[in-house]
Structures are given as structure tokens and as C-alpha cells.
Design a protein around this ligand. Structure first.
Ligand SMILES: C[S@@+](CC[C@H](N)C(=O)[O-])C[C@H]1O[C@@H](n2cnc3c(N)ncnc32)[C@H](O)[C@@H]1O
Length: 198
């Protein structure tokens, strides 16, 4: 684990040194955004909720840099950007029962069938969520891609460990860059949220 920029740690492929307790004191809620892009949503939330610990997971360096800048400018001590492959982070590096909310906004849809295996959210993700969520932990999803949306919503609604709850409709200052792009074009956006039953 290496701090590569202010508010940014990088976890290399073989790195097993990540210790969540270094970042999240006992009793402090943890919320994570997967593929946080330029950090608009996560930085706005970190500024509004200093009592919550936020991780933004992002692998593209240019976007990581922009997130770092936002965290510095806002003096957001409760925000860390983790540069890592997101699937590995949630599956292998997060301990049991540590996450209160996981946000997945406009994930890469990998539209060709033979590329579906690259999608972040596959059926097995339900097992990972059931492991890492605290009771009541909630998965929030938004995407412009109807097929991927229906698949994620089906996986979660078919799993008896989860129940559907109202989706998150974000105020303007929390909308992500991709969200603003799709909204400006008038494209439909699909949202849902599912909570781990207590
Ligand atoms: C389509 S963009 C959406 C960005 C942001 N959520 C938004 O709505 O503006 C998808 C983002 O996820 C990141 N990403 C894709 N696959 C990833 C992975 N396996 N691990 C970490 N980040 C990933 C990309 O670098 C990119 O920033």
C-alpha cells in the first residue's frame, strides 16, 4: 500500500497489506463508490457528512488526480481514493461486515456478450455484498445501459438476502460527470437500490 498523492493510496496487484482499521475507526460508518471517476459525487458527500468515512475506488490515473485535487481543496480528511482494480478490492481486500453503502454509478457496460465477464457486477457480487455489508447495508446503482441495469436488478431481486428500497436521486451538486452528460442529452437513466436484510 502506497500513498501516491494526497488522499490517494495505490494497491498493486499482489499487495496484501491493506488494513481497513487504519482508515476507519471502530464505529465509524464506511461508504464506498466504485469507479468514482472525477469524484464529483464522493467529494460532495464527504464534504456534507464529515462523520462518515468515504472511499472512492478508481483505477484511471487522470481521474484519480482530479479526485485528489477535490479532496485537497475541500480539506476532506474523511475521503480516501483507492487506486486498485475494484473487483479485487471488494472481493479480496475488504473484511466482513464493514460497508454501509456501496455506490455504482454508470459502470462500464461491456455491451458485447463475450465481454460480460468483465462487468463489475456479476451474480457472484451478491455473495460479496452479503459478506462485506453491515446489516441494512445498501447497494445503489445508476446506469444508462438498460440491459446491464436489468441484469443487476434481477440478480439482486432474485436473492432472498436483499430487499429493494427507494433509489437514490441525487441533487445537482452530487451528480456524476457521466450522469450530467446523459441528462444533457436527454438519455434515460435507470436507478435502483437494494438493502441487505437485517
Ligand atoms: C463510465 S465511467 C463512470 C465514472 C463515474 N462513476 C461517473 O458516473 O461519472 C466508469 C469508471 O469506472 C472506472 N473503472 C472501470 N473499471 C474499473 C475497475 N475494474 N476498477 C476500478 N475502476 C474502474 C473507470 O476508470 C471509469 O472512471
Amino acid at each position: 500500500m502506497e500513498e501516491i498523492l494526497p488522499h490517494v493510496i495505490e494497491l498493486k496487484e499482489t499487495d496484501q497489506t491493506f488494513d481497513l482499521r487504519v482508515f476507519v475507526p471502530e464505529g465509524v460508518p464506511l461508504e464506498i463508490e466504485i469507479g468514482c471517476g472525477n469524484g464529483r459525487f464522493i467529494a460532495a458527500n464527504a464534504a456534507k457528512h464529515p462523520e462518515v468515512r468515504y472511499f472512492g475506488v478508481e483505477r484511471m490515473m487522470e481521474r484519480v488526480r482530479k479526485c485528489s485535487k477535490k479532496a485537497q481543496q475541500g480539506a476532506l480528511d474523511n475521503l480516501t481514493i483507492v487506486r486498485v482494480e475494484a473487483g479485487r478490492f471488494v472481493r479480496e481486500l475488504l473484511p466482513d461486515r464493514c460497508v454501509r453503502a456501496l455506490y455504482l454509478f454508470f459502470p462500464d457496460p461491456w455491451p458485447k456478450r463475450r465481454h460480460h465477464k468483465n462487468r463489475f457486477f456479476q451474480r457472484e457480487m451478491c455473495d460479496t455484498l452479503a459478506r462485506i455489508f453491515v446489516p441494512g447495508g445498501t447497494m445503489y446503482i445508476s446506469t444508462d445501459h438498460e440491459d446491464y441495469f436489468r441484469e443487476m436488478a434481477r440478480f439482486l431481486s432474485e436473492d432472498p438476502r436483499f430487499e429493494e428500497v427507494p433509489a437514490l436521486i441525487r441533487p445537482e451538486d452530487e451528480q456524476t460527470d457521466f450522469e450530467r452528460l446523459f441528462l444533457s442529452k436527454g438519455d434515460p437513466i435507470y436507478d435502483c437500490a437494494f438493502r441487505l436484510k437485517a
